[in-house]
Design a protein around this ligand. Structure first.
Ligand code: FAD
Length: 353
């Protein structure tokens, strides 16, 4: 069955909902197709102890402040899911859950969006499919010979799953530090934390609020033609959220350099030393989930689609939201995506006029 509407949004996580909010305000006819069976995007799949790195009021989508979570300065992932479910309902956003988009193709002056529930003909598409469904594992020698378990951040739930095991956590970003801290504080697993370069903790008083201010200042500097301030990367990689701080201050979060290879029973470093392991958890990031856009043939370097703001350079009817800073400063955060969604919808509205 083929249906028509002005705009199709692919993905109904926070980025898709922020787009929906602005599309609704513009009075456009749109639908949001989301592969998840329930609201909340990838927040539904985060590990049990995960908390935001910003307080609730600094983690809000346009129009509605996230309420504080009682007893928590930094809300848990479940609270974010509740907030997104409420947001979807409050603004009566037309989200079709359990709908996977397979392909977006050109068809004259329309884009055809092929989903497992049927096809949509649209004048514009906003892609907001996130990165969670594309975990990235680096090509390290011996990965295929290791006889233990290899997981990614997306598979981690709680320390109880690793009780009595020797676990290597790989990755010097927030996920790696938080999962290593979670396991180390629990104490039931023997944890070795491995990072490519020495971990760079942000100062204790810097959380998501400050990071957003820094990202905003950088954008303003660049827009005004001034020197690049370096953005948040110049400050450090790891937000010192309380479990990370606690583990670090207790001496439980000391990183080893990256090993050079895996063996059947563990890992080996360049100097010949090694560690046996039952499980390796790769906290090595994500790539943008863009395979549905492959028929448009827009891919640029590093698996991204080159954009001007949110608009795809090779296809003015396509906008990208979320994914990372390349689609707008802080576009892949709760507080930042509202601004890029507003800009994208403004451009789409202009295109349709
Ligand atoms: P997602 O939440 O992944 O939503 C994308 C949606 O698209 C999903 O529902 C998915 O099922 C769907 N989808 C994918 N492919 C298709 C398809 N082909 N067809 C249909 N639907 C599809 N940000 C903050 O602001 N504060 C934080 O504290 C914070 N902590 C984070 C901690 C971790 C561990 C991670 C990984 C990220 C964190 N982020 C944080 C960053 C960011 O806010 C989240 O990654 C957020 O989930 C991104 O939202 P999104 O809407 O872009 O993507």
């Amino acid at each position: 069955m083929t249906r028509t509407c002005q705009v199709v949004v692919t993905g109904g996580g926070q980025a898709g909902l922020a787009a929906g909010y602005h599309l609704r305000r513009q009075g456009l006819d749109f639908v949001i197709l989301d592969a998840e069976a329930a609201p909340g995007g990838s927040w539904q799949h985060m590990w049990d102890s995960l908390h935001l790195f910003s307080p609730a009021q600094y983690s809000s989508l346009p129009g509605r402040l996230m309420p504080a979570q009682p007893g928590e300065t930094y809300p848990g992932a479940g609270h974010v899911v509740d907030y997104l479910a409420d947001y979807e309902k409050r603004y009566d956003l037309p989200v079709q859950h359990g709908t996977h988009v397979q392909a977006v193709r050109r068809d004259g002056d329309r884009l055809m969006v092929e989903a497992d529930s049927g096809t949509w003909r649209a004048r514009a598409v906003i892609s907001a499919t996130g990165t969670w469904s594309r975990p990235f594992l680096p090509a390290v020698p011996g990965r295929s010979v290791f006889a233990g378990r290899q997981l990614h951040t997306v598979n981690y739930r709680c320390p109880a799953d690793f009780a009595g095991q020797r676990v290597i956590v790989v990755g010097g970003g927030n996920s790696g530090a938080q999962i290593a801290a979670d396991l180390a504080i629990d104490g039931r697993a023997k944890v070795t934390w491995v990072t490519q370069r020495p971990p760079r903790f942000l100062p204790n008083d810097i959380d998501g609020r400050a990071l957003f201010d820094v990202a905003t200042a950088r954008r303003r500097a660049l827009d005004a033609g001034r020197d690049d301030t370096g953005g948040v990367a110049s400050l450090g990689d790891i937000v010192a959220v309380s479990p990370v701080r606690a583990a670090r201050d207790a001496g439980l979060l000391t990183a080893m350099p990256m090993f050079t290879r895996l063996t059947t029973d563990g890992v080996r470093w360049a100097d010949g030393s090694g560690a046996d392991a039952d499980t390796v958890i790769w906290c090595t990031g994500f790539r943008p989930a863009l395979s549905h856009l492959a028929p448009l043939d827009l891919r640029g370097p590093r698996g991204r689609i080159p954009t001007n703001g949110t608009c795809a350079l090779g296809e003015p009817r396509l906008h990208l939201l979320g994914y990372g800073d390349w689609t707008g400063p802080a576009s892949a955060t709760l507080i930042g995506v509202g601004r890029t969604a507003r800009d994208a919808v403004r451009e789409v509205t202009g295109l349709l006029a």
